[in-house]
Write a protein that binds this ligand. Sequence first.
Ligand code: SF4
Ligand code: SF4
Length: 724
Amino acid sequence: MLDQPARQDRPVPPVPAVQRTNPERSFAEEVRALRLGDGEVFRGEGILAVTKAILQSGVAYVGGYQGAPVSHLVDVLVESQDLLDELGVHLETCTNESSAAALLGASINYPIRGCVTWKSIVGTNVAADALSNLASPGVIGGALIVVGEDYGEGASVIQERAHAFALKSSVWLMDPRPNLATIVRCTEQAFELSEATNTPVMMELRIRACHVTGEFVAKDNRAPPISRNARLAEPAAHDYSRISHPPSTYVQEKLKVEVRQPAAERFIVERGLNELLPGRRSDLGIIVQGGIANVLLRGLDRLEVEGEVPTLVLNVTHPLVPDQVVEFCRGKRAVLVVEEGAPDYIEQALHAILRKHDVSTRLYGKDVLAMAGEYTAELVTEGLLKFLSQSANDIDLSRPRERFEAARAGRAEAQRLLGGPLPLRPPGFCVGCPERPVFSAIKLLEREVGKVHISSDIGCHSFATLAPFNLGNSILGFGMSLAAAGAVAPVMQKRTISVMGDGGFWHNGLLSGVASAMFNRGDRVLVVMQNGYTSATGAQFIPNTSGNRRDGETTSDIAATLRAMGVKWLRTVRTYNVATMLATLREAMRSDDNGLKVIVADGECQLARQRRIRPQVAAQLKRGERVVRARYGVDDEVCTGDHSCIRLSGCPSLVVKPSPDPLRSDPVASVNNGCVGCGLCGEVADAAVLCPSFYKAEIVQNPTWWDRLKAKVRGAAIGMMAGE
Ligand code: SF4
Ligand code: SF4
């Protein structure tokens, strides 16, 4: 078993003077970029440009909850505490998006600028209550919400659009063209738009906008006039009109449509937030969301019609400015709307605007493009081909069409030669992950009790829904697995098992799951994966991390919290001990206790652990100190080749190789060099009573004279026994 101390005995990761999310990564380059001043050239990624732009805008507070593709914003600021201290900027690493959105309450009464960030759509769902209550009274200080629009083929969440929230709450939505200068300008203007209209502004950044690289000319960072360094002596005067309660809410709703939206439309035009890219044709036009403008421009280039079709780039997609749209469309025969994702909010709105203004321009959109899914270069190029063929038959598209079709045919041919589509490569647990053994134990439990309803959750443990475990019947949201078993458990003969990570536990699971199950006397089993970080989003610290970014102390203990909530049946088990985990699961399933039964599955995230110990080991080796590390192996001659060990653990370091025995055709299992010595394969072989082919070896670096002597004696003895 892995030589990893229990959580309470684990060394506290060093917390250097600069506060950090975790001790293994460094954003030193990014931190330097945030300090650039007037006239210096910033080079980097889109999301870092946003971070710089908010500091240039004089924000007094920043908060957020991690999630791709925007985690970088808070992660880098966590490492920039010195700079934030100088400027007086408060940074809050929130426990969920709801608490991040609620931070913006500072801007309701005070002329204080703030920015919060999270992953959408899931984070926006969680933040929705606070957003509604923020948008209704509106803000005095600029309030910016940077949402990572995790949409498309690389996305990890449900495919929905943040646009819906902007529409329903009357929050303005920016969708800047993925170009650093545009992104920075939009960020700065977002605060001004927010203040000019007393409305929070949301800025959606897709994966491509967050990671686009480029440069812009920086400005000095601005210290906010009201801040941690310049505090207010008095609170704002009580003003009931700023409370989101009736009857204020009735007035606030009218203000949204009668005052704030017209002001926003004026601001968008006066500041030129939307861009008009000129084109030679006066009869055609394209209206595109800023965030996918680059894909469109690439498509036009491929079709050799760049500079032909005038294009209105909507860096603000809500509100649309009717006069601007009408002016752009009037006199044109056909306009293509390029809007990614469903429903087609913008296209529908444009139809309504044109009809109301009696403009007869034909709109193309989802009829030639796809209603749902990512607008890839190929998809947009194909849509452009259809649009241009139907609306401008004077443009000769034969050559680009040939090229497009040849490229597509080439890919189909490659696929045919390969014998079909390439096999999927689903994500999986890291080598040595502490969560994998829990699912090995559940697999073994199912051998005894039969199939069990598994309520899964968001986090690395959701990989267990994939092969080889295939464990999981549903995922209902972050920290929602216990609540999601609420109506299933009462109709099942066998108890249900909910699996939740410690990130999910603090995010939502404690109240939505544990409190509710306790309150309803739920007879369910909950496994909390206590790996110490929100590992799936980049190993950010959470309340039970052995160390806090401010003072190195653990904030909260999961087991103690559960006990305080009244949980009576509670066990903490080291995850790598498969036999104990299996016995504990068995006990939970069979116990006479008909309340909530919680197993805290304890094991530090292996990825974080390796990053933590690697520099320590390197330093030890450099000092010439003795270092021992474990490696596991499979004895070729014992392995039967049935591969149960692989099916039960799924470790990527467990591979197959040809059997050295010429009389056996089945390949044998083998452990490759990626093994981190977690011991799971041996544990599984033992708990599942598999073949005894696994062995543990200790690799000793900088051996002592005693190590060398022992190795010599052992080598000689083995040689003698082997008849050498
Ligand atoms: S990041 Fe950590 S918790 Fe996630 S799969 Fe890897 S080792 Fe496991
Ligand atoms: S091969 Fe075995 S010991 Fe090595 S990392 Fe994988 S499960 Fe752990």
